[in-house]
Design a protein around this ligand. Structure first.
Ligand SMILES: C[S@@+](CC[C@H](N)C(=O)[O-])C[C@H]1O[C@@H](n2cnc3c(N)ncnc32)[C@H](O)[C@@H]1O
Length: 281
């Protein structure tokens, strides 16, 4: 089996298990209280803060949006509840089951369309989307497959369309080495070699770069406008804080304050990024 097929199989198996029999109760409660949910998520959570920057919430209303790697479908449901016409794809069929349950339980103006299976084999019409988005998705692809997804993104977007991807960022070798040695929930430290290697065998992330430079170069092949926006330079320290309220207060402050840091600090130290691709070639 090729490296690419092996990676896809690993992702499919991992996420089929994770999303099997998923309970949509939380999603329904969030989309039924959309203003409160977004007020909290977009000010305290890096992925929501990043993805909803620059008026995304208002700009998607009535627009056609494609979400790649929709996973648990929280974002797909929020975008649909905001009035977007959402198409969602994931390699895991379990995401399609979540979409079915959501459409049956909420009166979306446009029910979510699940695009089943291997996205690259699903030839949707050219220039048919205003937005293509992905949250923590691209870094699950090997580099050759990512290239095919970016090419397809450029083909699917209208000339005024925009792609936004929220991804982890590793721009400093030292921080990267440090990161692997600090254990996080579910992932042992590299100091514990046996446990780490065992964890790595089941990890659905291929070994690849997440650097902003990489995403800028990869995007320039298919888009005239490319931008990466660092998110999480100061917010990353919130993981050492106890107590939800204090942590969220710090996160709100950090996510706003770090925007003012000079790019020469922000880029190497950031932990994640919003990648914007516009003007398909
Ligand atoms: C880290 S999860 C993110 C899920 C969701 N976007 C979120 O923010 O929670 C990555 C998702 O990408 C999906 N994925 C991985 N490889 C894929 C592929 N080749 N095509 C489509 N989806 C893929 C996985 O099944 C998984 O649902």
């Amino acid at each position: 089996m090729s490296k690419e097929d092996e990676n896809q199989k690993k992702n499919r198996e991992h996420y089929e298990k994770l999303y099997a029999n998923y309970n949509i109760r939380n999603i329904l409660s969030w989309i039924n209280n959309l203003d409160a949910f977004l007020a909290s998520a977009t000010t305290t959570d890096t992925s929501w803060f990043a993805m909803y920057q620059r008026n995304f919430r208002k700009r998607i209303k009535g627009k056609r949006v494609l979400e790649m790697g929709c996973g648990d479908c929280v974002n797909a449901a929020v975008m649909a509840a905001l009035g977007a016409e959402v198409f969602a794809n994931d390699i895991a069929a379990a995401s399609g089951e979540i979409v079915k349950k959501l459409n049956a339980s909420y009166d979306f103006k446009y029910p979510i369309v699940f695009v089943e299976g291997d996205f690259l084999k699903n030839k949707l019409p050219s220039a048919s989307f205003d937005f293509v988005v992905g949250k923590a998705f691209l870094h699950h692809l090997t580099l050759p497959v990512e290239k095919l997804f970016l090419k397809e993104t450029a083909r699917l977007l209208t000339s005024e369309g925009e792609a936004r991807f929220f991804e982890p960022a590793v721009n400093s070798q030292i921080l990267d080495a440090l990161r692997w040695h600090i254990p996080v929930k579910g992932r042992p430290s590299k100091f514990h070699r046996t446990a780490f290697n065992k964890w790595k065998e089941n990890d659905p992330h291929p070994d690849r770069t997440f650097s902003s430079k990489h995403f800028e170069k990869a995007g320039r092949e298919f888009f005239k406008e490319v931008e990466t926006i660092p998110v999480g330079t100061l917010e990353r320290f919130s993981r050492f804080m106890q107590g939800g309220k204090t942590r969220n207060k710090y996160r709100r402050w950090a996510l706003n304050f770090e925007k003012q840091l000079p790019s020469s600090w922000n880029k190497p130290l950031t932990r994640s990024q919003l990648i914007l691709y516009k003007n398909p070639k």
